[in-house]
Design a protein. Structure first.
Length: 100
């Protein structure tokens, strides 16, 4: 299962994505491919638009942290959240979002 953790305090402070959807064979899982595309696109947007965020990419996990409440950073993070939520709503047996 893909697990997404969202930490909020007057805006998103952290998005963490880990795991595997287990919806198909490794390399053929379209849910994992979609979530990976969203997560990497989010990281690329933050980087390219010079938003204030710390990004850590490891084997099977992506973590984004920020203490910035500026509109650009928060808009990018909220957009990523809604994209991930759309996938989670369609595939609840393969992906779970926890908000803390």
């Amino acid at each position: 299962m893909i697990r997404v953790s969202i930490k909020r305090r007057n805006g998103i402070e952290k998005i963490s994505v880990t795991g595997h959807a287990d919806a198909a064979e490794y390399g053929e899982d379209l849910i994992c491919a979609g979530v990976s595309s969203i997560a990497f696109g989010l990281c690329n947007a933050l980087d390219e638009m010079k938003a204030s965020a710390d990004i850590k990419i490891k084997e099977n996990s992506i973590e984004i942290r920020t203490d910035s409440k500026d509109a650009l950073t928060q808009t990018i993070l909220e957009t990523g959240y809604y994209q991930l939520k759309t996938v989670s709503d369609q595939y609840p047996e393969n992906m779970k979002i926890t908000e803390v």
